[in-house]
Design a binder for this molecule. Structure first.
Ligand SMILES: Nc1ncnc2c1ncn2[C@@H]1O[C@H](COP(=O)(O)OP(=O)(O)OP(=O)(O)O)[C@@H](O)[C@H]1O
Ligand SMILES: [Mg+2]
Length: 408
């Protein structure tokens, strides 16, 4: 039997050896949140300058709250985080909050907690001397909040919460400072439990020294407006986050690789040009996808003990992550729909309702209904040939279901 110490020693030396082959110290694509560290932050010049304009104008009283919108993994939280540090550098009050799964009351509590803890206290955890003249009241509020977050039952009614919050903003905050409120996952406000909060927010989305940024998916503003129509006027700016350009995506990969390179490996490129091209093309400029795919490719490369990540490894990485559009479509289909799609693939990618009904042992009516649903979603094409209607898989589905080897 293998000595366990020996086992660990051997196994870890192997992985160290593989790392050395790729000339890397660590996997450069393991999650590294931005958190004020801008070393890996690429692009976004126009979004950043829009944000700078908004922040600049707000200091002179023209507050325009903004929504930062974009698809999953595009970089909304990252840009909010940069905004957090930029606001700090201006000596504004700033609070970073998440709206997810939170009731209106909890949200307000966290908002106040953030205001006090991140802005009124010094790093050593004591009240900053700037706010000494309000110390008694601030400490009193802080104690109430701490009790609340300890989950001990404490009587802190909503009106009192709002009164304390207004006290902090109107009495304690210096007039020359903004209170910048950053709310991530703000689409959650569209939930019923937050309706009251949204209404309350209205009143203070009009204050000229409170600047709010809400981050969320592309439909966020529309969804919030449905719940509370007036909100649209109070969020006059919408910053849309587009995908990274090819160059930016390339830069993102390169910066992380360079940072993890072992000394003396300067200039060594562990990814082949083709593999990078492939990853960039498949990931549609979405930073999280790029990072995840590269991370998976590095792990595969280490497992296989290679000294270069070629496009086959890149392809396998994407396969493992199911990141291609085709895979996403498959994930999106109901079990009945995906059965049909798979049967179509077995028939070479194109078939009639009758053929499918034969294979799947189901009525033509049922199959026809499913097919028209899938057609509506745009995942298959329809073509008439005499009396027959042929359904054909989209290119993306063919790519995942009918492998290249099958065709040749
Ligand atoms: N401009 C950028 N440069 C480099 N890396 C970035 C950039 N934007 C985002 N990333 C990285 O991409 C990943 C996803 O970013 P982030 O979490 O900010 O996206 P998100 O839009 O908030 O996603 P979600 O929709 O899930 O909330 C993170 O690992 C982040 O570090
Ligand atoms: Mg996010």
């Amino acid at each position: 039997m293998l000595d366990p110490i020996e086992f660990i020693h051997n196994a870890s030396s192997i992985s160290k050896k593989s790392m050395n082959r790729l000339k890397l110290k660590t996997n450069p694509f393991s999650e590294k949140p931005i958190r004020g560290n801008t070393k890996f932050f690429v692009g976004r010049t126009s979004e950043l300058s829009e944000i700078a304009d908004i922040l600049g104008a707000a200091q002179y009283g023209s507050v325009a709250n903004a929504a930062i919108v974009g698809t999953k993994g595009i970089g909304k939280s990252s840009i909010l985080n940069i905004l957090y540090y930029a606001s700090k550098r201006h000596n504004h009050w700033v609070v970073e909050l998440e709206a997810s799964q939170i009731t209106a009351r909890q949200f307000l509590i966290q908002l106040m907690y953030g205001i006090i803890k991140d802005n009124l206290f010094s790093v050593d955890g004591t009240l900053s001397s700037d706010y000494m003249k309000h110390s008694q009241k601030i400490i009193e509020i802080y104690k109430r909040l701490s009790n609340y977050s300890d989950k001990t039952p404490v009587h802190y009614p909503r009106e009192k919460i709002e009164r304390d919050l207004k006290y902090l903003l109107n009495e304690v905050k210096e007039e020359n400072k903004l209170c910048v409120i950053l709310i991530d996952e703000a689409d959650q406000f569209a939930k019923r439990s937050c309706l009251g909060l949204l209404q309350f927010f209205h009143s203070f989305l009009y204050e000229d020294d409170i600047l709010t940024f809400l981050a969320g998916p592309p439909t966020m503003v529309e969804d919030l407006t449905k719940i509370s129509p007036a909100i649209r006027d109070r969020i006059p700016k919408i910053i849309n986050m587009p995908p990274l350009t090819k160059e930016e995506a390339y830069d993102l990969i390169k910066r992380r690789l360079e940072d993890s390179q072992i000394t003396g490996a300067k200039g060594y490129q562990p990814f082949s040009e083709q593999s990078i091209e492939k990853i960039i093309e498949e990931c549609d400029g979405i930073p999280r996808r790029i990072i995840m795919t590269c991370s998976e490719a590095v792990s595969l490369g280490l497992k296989n003990g290679v000294d270069e990540i070629d496009d086959e490894i890149a392809r396998n990485a994407m396969k493992n992550l199911g990141i291609s559009v085709g895979h996403q479509i498959l994930n999106h289909l109901t079990p009945a729909q995906s059965k049909i799609i798979k049967a179509m693939a077995e028939l070479g990618g194109s078939s009639t309702v009758t053929e499918l009904s034969g294979i799947l042992n189901n009525s033509t009516g049922t199959i026809g209904t499913h097919l028209s649903d899938i057609y509506e979603m745009g995942y298959i094409y329809k073509e008439r040939d005499g009396y027959n209607v042929y359904y054909t898989l989209s290119k993306e589905l063919k790519d995942v279901l009918i492998t290249k080897e099958d065709i040749s």
